[in-house]
Design a protein around this ligand. Structure first.
Ligand SMILES: [Zn+2]
Length: 324
């Protein structure tokens, strides 16, 4: 019995070693196949050029104000390495106008911060994105905006200093998850004190003493087919209303038409079509608002073709920045 057991152990050992060897040999080809698949997808969407992949999912049961609009959830999966490469390349080509700063979080992860300095800056604008890892379109639009700002030299941008934190929850973005279970929702963790994920803590520490005039936190509402912004309840600047009114009426969300909000009581108050307000504690916007900024969460629809959403999103963000 003992002998048999030993023989079994040895053959099991041999088998498992063989298995590991086979796996080892097979894995690179699996990875390569996956990479080829991704390249194929990227190439089929010329505008995206490898920066992201779009995952499309059929959804059912949402009331829409847009008859015949495709009921497909368009989820963006970001290619993080390519994204950082693109932002770095933009930085290098900016003749010193943009610089990269890296924050080192306590868990060893790096938080990329890009700053566009102005000699005569009168205002400071913070653009953050990727607080939720399944809402990567915001990060894409943050990069689009940085490109646009560096391209244009004559506009009001000259008097604005920009801070970009485009990959707030980088690991969740890499996986396409809203957040990592062990860390929880970043957008309830922006408290000055108390427990928070290390990346949030490093951002809080960095921004604590910086005066910010406008903060746009770029999100995506995956179950929505229309754009909306969420301002603070007490914000009477009119900026959100101004920005949203620049959009086509048909692109603005009406909360009463929005089935998920009809089913579940919502902490959001509808100010007018496309403008909500809330004062949820622990959000990134409430953190910067408590330090004097006009802080707005911008939500692009997830039930919307990505290419179109990206263009409208960029226009909305630009309008908000121009108006500050
Ligand atoms: Zn979000």
């Amino acid at each position: 019995m003992l002998v048999l057991y030993r023989e079994f152990s040895i053959s099991y050992f041999k088998f498992s070693s063989l298995f590991v060897l086979v796996l080892h040999l097979a894995l690179p080809s699996v990875v390569q196949a996956e990479a080829r698949h991704c390249i194929g997808l990227f190439q089929s969407q010329a505008n995206h050029a490898g920066l992201f992949d779009v995952r499309e999912m059929e959804v059912k049961g949402y009331a829409l104000r847009r008859p015949g609009f495709p009921l497909k959830k368009q989820n963006v999966l970001l290619n993080i390495e390519k994204y950082i490469q693109d932002f770095d390349q933009l930085t290098r080509g900016s003749s010193g106008r943009m610089i990269r700063q890296t924050l080192f979080a306590q868990d060893g992860s790096r938080v990329e911060v890009y700053r566009i300095h102005r000699a005569r800056a009168k205002k400071r604008v913070l653009i953050s994105a990727g607080v939720h890892g399944d809402e990567a379109l915001g990060s894409v639009v943050a990069l689009d905006l940085a490109k646009q700002i560096l391209r244009e030299t004559s506009r009001a941008y000259n008097s604005i200093e920009f801070i970009f934190i485009p990959l707030v929850n980088k690991e969740a973005l890499r996986l396409g998850y809203r957040y990592l279970r062990e860390e929880g929702d970043y957008n309830r963790a922006f408290h000055r004190d108390g427990p928070a994920p290390p990346r949030v803590k490093s951002i809080v520490k960095e921004l604590e003493d910086i005066k910010i005039d406008l903060h746009l936190d770029l999100h995506q509402s995956m179950s929505s087919s229309h754009f909306f912004v969420i301002r603070m309840d007490r914000d009477d600047s009119g900026l959100s209303e101004f920005g949203v009114r620049s959009m086509e009426e048909s692109d603005r969300m009406v909360l009463s038409d929005y089935k998920p909000f009809r089913i579940k009581p919502t902490p959001y108050k509808e100010i007018e079509p496309g403008v909500m307000s809330s004062s949820n504690p622990g959000t990134f916007k409430s953190f910067t608002s408590n330090r004097g900024a006009i802080s707005i969460t911008v939500e692009a629809p997830g039930l919307f073709p990505v290419k179109q959403a990206r263009e409208i999103y960029l226009q909305l963000v630009q309008t908000l920045v121009d108006a500050i």
